[in-house]
Design a protein around this ligand. Sequence first.
Ligand code: PMP
Length: 285
Amino acid sequence: YDDRDGKIWMDGKLVEWRDANVHILTHALHYASSVFEGERCYDGKVFKSREHSQRLLKSGELMDMAIPYTVDEIEAAKRATLDANGLTNAYLRVVAFRGAGEDMGVAASRNPIRMAVTAWEWGNYYGDAKMKGAKLDIAKWKRPSPETIPVAAKAAGLYMICTMSKHAAEAKGCSDAMFLDYRGYVAEATGANIFFIKDGEVHTPLADSILNGLTRQTVIGMLEDRQIKVHQRHIMPEELEGFEQCFLTGSAAEVTPVGQIGDYNFEVGALTREVAEGYEKLVRA
Ligand code: PMP
């Protein structure tokens, strides 16, 4: 990803893709002082763009990092990045992090908070699994308690167990891993929220230990508009056996059907397809 043509917005200006580097003493590299967003641009328009920028600022606040840009400035940076790379259908990655500076210890409140925006073409997050139904492993690690780390922040540190769990899942031939949370309830995948369907109703984990994804919120709204009941509640892993369908939601994952979690199987059914198609229409509307 690093040695190629293109432009990256970094700290207020566009730089050459291959020159968008940071110093090795960047605080974020050592202590995970970084927050980010993953977004998709469809036909020239970033879906829920302002909501993503607002969440980035919120994540910064939650992680004690004052990001020195406004929502409007972040919006302009995203626009500039897409335009500079001639992209209309793309994935955007916005990252804000504590840079190198005065301090190299855990505390580094005087170090600058930096920001970068990159964009590139990224197809289906789960590749060919997209409409066939992804296969998920159950992660060994648990989503932490909100008393351990601010779980509502899209913060780099929270992704360490995601990378480990997704690597373990891929080694078993799965596309992703599903986490339980610190209490043992079904939580989310490593980069997506999870939904289940039974008897025409939808069940999804309560957003009390997971990232309350923008796609999750969009899909819940879509279902409710269609008079489909959505239960946001604590879900025990034993319940997986009784669910008929399952799908994941995320800005990158969009709506991806799940065919299998551990030993439990799900059908890629009509309602899952309807949600996936409805979302596809909505993002291009
Ligand atoms: N959970 C996790 C852990 C994620 O990384 C993501 C992707 N941002 C999501 C859920 C889905 O969030 P969104 O729909 O806002 O992309």
